[in-house]
Design a binder for this molecule. Structure first.
Ligand SMILES: Cc1cc2nc3c(=O)[nH]c(=O)nc-3n(C[C@H](O)[C@H](O)[C@H](O)COP(=O)(O)OP(=O)(O)OC[C@H]3O[C@@H](n4cnc5c(N)ncnc54)[C@H](O)[C@@H]3O)c2cc1C
Length: 458
């Protein structure tokens, strides 16, 4: 057994340090489909002090470390590489405090997102971050990836929802910035260094998030639309008539919607006819009756103006959930698609139409049998393009076409899943050489030995 593993075992014991056959496969892969190496050990600290101690040992011996949250990432950032020790936050799980007056919740970084949502709900408040992986992804992983999710158009991504962080630097230094205030300009706002840095600058151990008042009324509709210009017009109409009460505007291309209906057992279409686009719209207000009338009037108007071909307004929570089953069907879809490029790109909304007009023919020209499954949050510029021939050998060429066009349209190669390992080679399409050099300078300053999540992002 190597020196470092001996040292960790002596300090923390075999409940905290897994080695050899006690390391399960779950520590080897995330949702990217990339099959990693088994880490040489998995360390499962239970406190910030233990994380600090583990990192000081690793730093002293220049031991490479990979950080693991819920392992739902899609960019392979948490997937172990050769000779790495994995630090899993799975035992740092729990709500530390809900401060109702300050409207904040403080949690350990390994707490699953759904536990945080439920704790807020129990306190009669609301935590608006939401995504299909809610049961497994952790708040620390959400911070590290600056996760987006389904309600970014109203509440922003994790960066907008995070007030404070506690982080451990690669040398073991604990940086405690558990700020609860919306206004705090006392020096640099250090949390922003770590949010979205994908574990390359420090390990997040505690998180303070903002809570919101619970909405008393949610309206949900599934609309069928004839074409993409109608999608964009409907988005504008919803903003114009409903203001920031619009919390979700999820758009599904027919190639995604129809495939989910065919593949996912619980997914059922409320429509009899084929349509080119579908939009799942959610509107949150405070008065069920008045809001329902207002929402219906906006959709009726859009129908009269030809933007909507057909629409169903959910009459119950169960019906609303059944619409979300279709939108959340991506997990199951990916598991049957075989080898597929699963992108989370963004382009300015004003360029989206011309981007798609260029992308689809370019992909079909290169791969006539390619399957495309497209959906997106749209209101926040985010498109998920899943594209594949089923053959592993085509993946790189497909990615190169998509990412190259992203550069041309001044978009982002990652709207929310992060760069990790998989998108590293495309970062230059979205960032200038100077921006990348500054990122490298920050990495060098905080992690001079390069032990933390090395080879990810940069
Ligand atoms: C079905 C499904 C739906 C999804 N939907 C969305 C969506 O709508 N929006 C979205 O943004 N993402 C989505 N994702 C992607 C994923 O759930 C998010 O990226 C999530 O934030 C990852 O959290 P995690 O705890 O699983 O992190 P992991 O996968 O474990 O790790 C992700 C990255 O963060 C680092 N990391 C993890 N924990 C910490 C920590 N405590 N400190 C520092 N670094 C850390 C890891 O090293 C890695 O680089 C989806 C995934 C699935 C499978």
């Amino acid at each position: 057994m190597s020196n470092i593993i001996d040292q960790l075992m002596q300090a923390f014991g075999d409940k905290s340090v897994l080695t050899g056959s006690s390391i399960g496969d779950k520590y080897k892969k995330d949702w990217s489909g990339v099959d990693g190496r088994l880490p040489i050990a998995v360390v499962r600290p239970t406190s910030t002090e233990e994380v600090s101690q583990v990192l000081s040992f690793c730093s002293e011996q220049s031991q490479a470390v990979v950080i693991q949250g819920g392992m739902t990432g899609i960019s392979a950032g948490a997937v172990p590489q050769e000779q790495e020790i994995a630090i899993s936050l799975e035992r740092m799980n729990g709500i530390i405090e809900i401060d109702k007056e300050s409207m904040t919740l403080t949690a350990l970084a390994g707490t699953p997102l759904q536990v945080i949502q439920e704790a807020a709900e129990d306190a009669d408040m609301y935590f608006p971050l939401d995504m299909g992986s809610r049961g497994t992804c952790t708040i620390g992983g959400n911070v590290a990836t600056n996760a987006g999710g389904n309600q970014v158009i109203r509440y922003g991504p994790v960066r907008a929802l995070t007030l404070g962080l506690e982080t451990v630097l690669p040398d073991g230094t604990i940086i405690s910035s558990l700020n609860k205030m919306l206004k705090n300009n006392a020096g640099f706002d250090l949390k922003h260094l770590f949010i979205g840095s994908e574990g390359t600058l420090g390990i997040v151990t505690k998180v303070v998030v903002r809570l919101y008042p619970k909405s008393n009324a949610t309206q949900t509709a599934l609309c069928a639309l004839p074409d993409f210009p109608s999608v964009l017009k409907l988005l504008q109409q919803c903003y114009g008539s409903l203001g920031d009460g619009v919390t979700s505007f999820e758009v599904m291309w027919a190639n995604y919607f129809d495939e989910v209906i065919d593949t996912v057992e619980q997914a059922q279409s409320p429509f009899k006819q084929y349509h080119h686009f579908y939009a799942l719209i959610e509107y949150q207000g405070q008065d069920q009756e008045q809001d329902a009338e207002k929402f219906a009037a906006v959709l009726f108007d859009a129908m009269e103006n030809g933007m909507i071909a057909d629409a169903v307004l959910a009459q119950s929570l169960k019906e609303a959930d059944s619409f979300w089953v279709i939108r959340d069907g991506i997990g199951e879809l990916l598991s049957v698609m075989g080898h597929v490029v699963n992108t989370d790109i963004s382009v300015p909304i004003s360029s989206m139409q011309s981007f798609m007009d260029a992308l689809e023919p370019a992909l079909y020209k290169a791969f006539p049998d390619i399957k495309l499954r497209i959906f997106g949050h749209i209101g926040d510029s985010n498109l998920h393009v899943c594209a594949g021939t089923g053959l592993e050998k085509d993946l790189d060429a497909i990615s190169a076409i998509i990412m190259g066009l992203i550069g041309d349209y001044k978009g982002s190669v990652s709207a929310e899943h992060g760069i990790g390992v998989l998108k590293k080679k495309y970062l230059h399409h979205s960032r200038t050489a100077e921006e990348m050099a500054l990122m490298a300078t920050l990495k060098q300053a905080l992690d001079p030995k390069g032990i933390l999540n090395q080879g990810r992002v940069l």
